[in-house]
Design a protein around this ligand. Structure first.
Ligand code: VGL
Ligand code: ZN
Length: 213
């Protein structure tokens, strides 16, 4: 059985200066580069929206980012336009060692459905292909990190736990949006309740941590 690292949405728009900037989002890049060296398989997800995606506040008259609407029976937070397919904002973060990525999974590609989890859309109807890829690759042990703690990381971790994977999350490798104070802490508690194990980057690297790979 193999171990995989899942890098969630480490993309320009989620970094400081991006359209949906996550505070200190850029701090996860060196952690990702270190972690990638220690896995059989590295998978990266990319939030990959069409320009007319329904999660964009700009698509809803009189609404602004942060507003919540009801949409197909789900409550949907409206976001600034972000991670539009094939634009600089959806590209991987500068400095991320993309040559170490074995497989890319796109999500949020349907104009009418959002997808926080790397496995399923928010309605749990369509799969992204991540679960099949991991099963086909004989992976049962996954380690997750990336952006954002309180949205895409959280839902990817919860789905991975529900699908029966053994799941670890790298504490230094996650940062959150924190629309409301305490959202990140709540997200981490939920992950733990679903049996995800929070680890430190040092737990992966052991003595290599000192050599600064
Ligand atoms: C994300 C909000 C909207 C994320 C993606 O990657 O956490 N958050 N789209
Ligand atoms: Zn998105």
């Amino acid at each position: 059985m193999k171990k995989a690292l899942i890098l969630v949405d480490i993309q320009q728009d989620f970094l400081p200066g991006g359209s949906l900037a996550v505070p200190e989002g850029d701090a996860v890049v060196p952690i990702a580069n270190q972690a990638m060296k220690t896995f059989d398989l590295v998978v990266a997800t990319q939030d990959w929206h069409p320009a007319n995606h329904r999660s964009f506040a700009s698509r809803h008259k009189g609404r602004k980012p942060g507003d919540i609407i009801e949409w197909k029976g789900l409550s949907q937070i409206l976001w600034p336009d972000h991670c539009i397919q094939n634009t600089p904002g959806s590209a991987f973060a500068p400095g991320l060692k993309v040559e170490r990525i074995d497989k890319i999974i796109f999500k949020g590609t349907h104009p009418d459905m959002d997808s926080y989890s790397g496995f399923f859309d928010n309605g749990h109807i369509h799969e992204t292909g991540l679960a099949d890829f991991l099963k086909k690759s004989h992976v049962n042990d996954i380690t997750i990190m990336g952006l954002a703690t309180d949205y895409c990381v959280k839902f990817t971790v919860l789905d991975a736990c529900k699908l029966g994977f053994s799941v670890r999350v790298i504490q230094e490798g996650i940062r959150g949006v924190e629309l409301k104070k305490g959202d990140c802490e709540k997200a981490i508690n939920q992950m733990k309740e679903h049996s995800a194990k929070i680890i430190r980057i040092h737990d992966l690297l052991g003595n290599d941590a000192e050599t600064g790979i």
